[in-house]
Structures are given as C-alpha cells and as structure tokens.
Design a binder for this molecule. Sequence first.
Ligand SMILES: NC(=O)c1ccc[n+]([C@@H]2O[C@H](COP(=O)([O-])OP(=O)(O)OC[C@H]3O[C@@H](n4cnc5c(N)ncnc54)[C@H](O)[C@@H]3O)[C@@H](O)[C@H]2O)c1
Length: 364
Amino acid sequence: MTDVTGAPADVLQTLFHSEQGGHEQVVLCQDRASGLKAVIALHSTALGPALGGTRFYPYASEAEAVADALNLARGMSYKNAMAGLDHGGGKAVIIGDPERDKTEELLLAYGRFVASLGGRYVTACDVGTYVADMDVVARECRWTTGRSPENGGAGDSSVLTAFGVYQGMRACAQHLWGDPSLRGRTVGVAGVGKVGRHLVEHLLAEGAQIVITDVRPEAVERIVDEHPSVGVVADTQRLIQVEGLDIYAPCALGGALDDVTVPALTARIVCGAANNQLAHPGVEKDIADRGILYAPDYVVNAGGVIQVADELHGFDFDRCRAKAAKIYDTTLAIFARAKTDGIPPAAAADRIAEQRMAEGRGAR
Ligand SMILES: NC(=O)c1ccc[n+]([C@@H]2O[C@H](COP(=O)([O-])OP(=O)(O)OC[C@H]3O[C@@H](n4cnc5c(N)ncnc54)[C@H](O)[C@@H]3O)[C@@H](O)[C@H]2O)c1
C-alpha cells in the first residue's frame, strides 16, 4: 500500500474555505468491475433532498471532474430555490466518454451509489445522459427522475423549459416596455435544438418575428421547412448584430455573454435557455451598463427541473405548466429587487435564492 499523494489541494480549498464552497457532502465513487468513476456533490439540502442531473463527460482530469461537480451542484441549489421547489442542489458527474464507456453495468453500479445516499440526492439527466439511461439507473435506485413515459416518467423536459423561457421573455417585455406582448418584436434565437425549436413555436404563435442560427444545418432546415417566415443568419456573431433585434435568446452552449459579444449586442433584452450564459463574473454589470435587460439563465430555464421534480410525485403536465408559468412573476420580482438594491438582475436573483435557502435552513 502506498500513501495518497498530490491531494487536489485546490478542490479542498474551494470546498472548505472559499466563498464558492460550503458544500455539504462530496462522494467519490468507483466500481472497478464496470469502470465507473463518478463524483456526487451535494451543495445544499436546506430546502429538501438535493436534485440535479448526472453529467457523463470525458474530463481531462479527476480534479476537473470534482470542480465541475461542485460548481454544477451549487448552481442547482440556486435554480431549485428560485423555482420554488422543495429541493436543494446537487449534481453528479461520471468520468468518461458516454459514446464509448456507457454500459448498462456501469449505470447500474452508479445507481447503487446514488441509492446508498438514502434519498439525500435525487438524480436526473444532464449532458451525456438520457431518459433511457435514467430508466436503467432507476432499476437500482428509487431516487431517480427524468425517466421515459413507458417507465412512468415525464420524458423530454425541453417542452416545459422552452415554455418557461417564453414566460421569462414576456416578463422582460413587461418590465422594459410596459406590455408583456411579444407581437411584432424581433427575436434572435441562437441554437434551435430541443429547447430553441419549441421556443420559436411559442414566439411565432404570439406574432413575433424570428431570426435563427445553428451550427447544424439540419436543425435550421427543420425550422425553415415548418415555418418559412423565419429568417436565418450564418452564425451567432451575425445574429446578435441584426439591426432592429429586440431580444436575443441564447439557446446553445454556455458562455454566450462575454467581452466580445456584450459590446456588440443590438438587442435590448437577453433571455434564453442556455445554462451559464455569463462567461465570467462582472459580465452582468457590463450588460446592465449598456442598458440591456438580462433575465438570469437559471431562473428562466427552470421549466425542466420543475418537470423532473414533479415526476417524483406522479407527473401531471398541467400542474407543471402552471408552475412553469410562475417564471413570469419570479422574473419580474427579480427585476424589482435589482432596481431596489441597485444591482444587476443576476446578482438580485442570487440574493433572493440565498435568502430562501437561509430561511429553509432555519425552518428545517
Ligand atoms: N433541455 C432542457 O430541458 C434544458 C433545461 C435547462 C437548460 N437547458 C440548456 O439549454 C441549452 C439548449 O439545450 P437543448 O436541450 O436544446 O440542447 P440541444 O443540444 O438539443 O440544442 C442545442 C443546439 O445548439 C446548437 N449549437 C451548438 N453550438 C452552437 C453555436 N456555437 N451557435 C449556434 N448554435 C449552436 C446545436 O447544434 C443544437 O442544435 C443548453 O445550454 C442546455 O444546457 C436545457
């Protein structure tokens, strides 16, 4: 036996001593038979069992995987608190290439680790995992959600995610223009995958004009075939500079708002589904300084987590839709708080979420 050396000191520093830390529990999981290596991070159970998806990703190092799990778990605490769910925040990452390494044996082993937490953590899908995978995990672990309809689950969450983003957008219009209607407004949607596609349908139904872009030509073709009135531009950089653009909806990857894109934005509102849109701390202030209204991503894209939380109690679409519709009021409340406190909306959302977690901790 040899001593463990080279401990990931940065991660321990983050966990126990930094402002971003304060996680309750971090579990390192290994199953040699299946090759599973996973990290489960529970940031907070102040409002209830931690809820968050399982990311399956080929991390460059184990320390990187731990750091990602810590960040994602913290993000889920804020998202769940703002969505009014009785859930804290957690997230799991499985280290590996999902195309190559994902096997039934590995997912079952993972399920046993989640089950060993006795309900402190409830898992679901994330990047690299799908409803079919959650069906497998659920065979070993009852604290699994985001399953297929054939197995009692609610299935694809993008329908309600798009609906929630649409509600957030209406709240932005109300705050900025005194009218929630998007009729006649021009909206640029970057990324017309599962969520972006449904968002386009809501916007067209309300009479908005749409411009889209996507790196996958087939995704663009599908929209244009169904809705010939939709305009197309070659890439996101062109989209954000479209003349007369009222709203920019980032619905692709994270980091959409950075030092290059923010100065170039022509829209007055940014409201989209993508997670982690702010590329670095301070961007939210740059956006506000330009007089652009930013709807915090984790607030408006909470429709999906609202759905998977509901599934735990027997999924009811109408009940979920009603909950996702409240994203409209939540977004307005954030703008009001931002104004009162003299801070950008992203900071106001964080403050409200932290307050809810502190109250929840007291109540429990
Ligand atoms: N699906 C959900 O329920 C849900 C819930 C919350 C948040 N989100 C977030 O919303 C975003 C979209 O999720 P999704 O489920 O629609 O994913 P998706 O993979 O189905 O769609 C993303 C689309 O963006 C496109 N894209 C990628 N890079 C691009 C680029 N540089 N420029 C333009 N287009 C690009 C892809 O080709 C794809 O069509 C992600 O950031 C995701 O994390 C999704």
